[in-house]
Write a protein that binds this ligand. Structure first.
Ligand code: APR
Length: 244
């Protein structure tokens, strides 16, 4: 029985593009962001994909190359340490399609907006690994039809793992949002659900959102602010002190 089981509540973490910024990956909004110079409608909607699948595949193939080369930063590593310390208590939900949480050693990361290393067949609806570049006429490995799209949740599509998210938001005692602008639903509503269920809520961001649902806003780069926060939690666990 891990020391934390009796002392600490469940912790639910939601990460966004900001946690990967210090690994060199562009965020979606803000100067130089992924959406800068591109219309979301063109590369992140099913209509945009059907209108010009080659452009969308080119966008995600180049994003895949960047994410494969990127390395996890201290923020990813801090969350991996937290989860390793008490695995049954820490759930990591990410809006990111990169695999930097996994590269940092975090297990069971729930990619609610999909993953860059998978493709989904729009004919048989099965998802399959797609580490290499994909073109629209590539056949689905299951049904053979040339109907593959990136297994990334486009605007207007239903994110993955929402039932599990709701379960964790109702049982967690601590909710932490790291590097997300909180403008895209349903992820933007997670903090309200956690708060309604009595969780202590924390936001780690270079520019605090000002969302009153957050009890604490920790301003700064996640790679600098998250590690000491996790160290504080872990040392409180050792002293069997209740930190929250
Ligand atoms: N540390 C902490 N926060 C940071 C850092 C950093 N080093 N760098 C940037 N940020 C913050 C920004 O202030 C911003 O609030 O990260 C946030 C990134 O916001 P977005 O670019 O909007 O990314 P995200 O919130 O993940 O977008 C959500 O929108 O476009 C869709 O599906 C896409 O998953 C994405 C979703």
């Amino acid at each position: 029985m891990c020391a934390a089981d009796g002392v600490f509540p469940e912790i639910a973490v939601l990460t966004g593009a900001g946690i990967s910024a210090e690994s060199g990956l562009a965020t979606f909004r803000g100067a130089g962001g992924l959406w800068n110079g591109r219309r979301v409608e063109d590369v992140a909607t099913i209509e945009g994909f059907k209108k010009d699948p080659d452009t969308v595949w080119r966008f995600y193939n180049s994003l895949k190359k960047e994410t494969v080369a990127a390395l996890p930063n201290d923020a990813h590593k801090a969350l991996s340490r937290l989860q390793k310390a008490y695995p049954a208590k820490v759930s990591i939900f990410t809006q990111n399609v990169d695999l930097l949480h996994e590269k940092a050693g975090t297990q069971n990361v729930y990619h609610i907006h999909g993953r860059i290393d998978r493709a989904l067949c729009m004919n048989c609806m099965r998802s399959n690994p797609s580490e290499s570049e994909i073109t629209f006429d590539a056949p689905c490995p299951f049904c053979g039809k040339p109907a593959l799209k990136p297994d990334i949740v486009f605007f207007g599509e239903v994110p993955y793992y929402l039932d599990l998210v709701q379960q964790k938001l109702s049982s967690c005692g601590v909710f932490i949002a790291v590097g997300t602008s909180g403008v895209v639903c349903p992820a933007a509503s997670f903090v309200f659900t956690a708060k309604e269920n009595g969780a202590k809520t924390f936001e780690f961001n270079t520019e605090p959102s000002g969302n009153p649902a957050f009890d604490t806003a920790v301003t700064g780069k996640a790679g600098e602010t998250l590690p000491p926060f996790v160290d504080k939690i872990l040392s409180a666990v050792e002293r069997q002190e209740n930190l929250f």
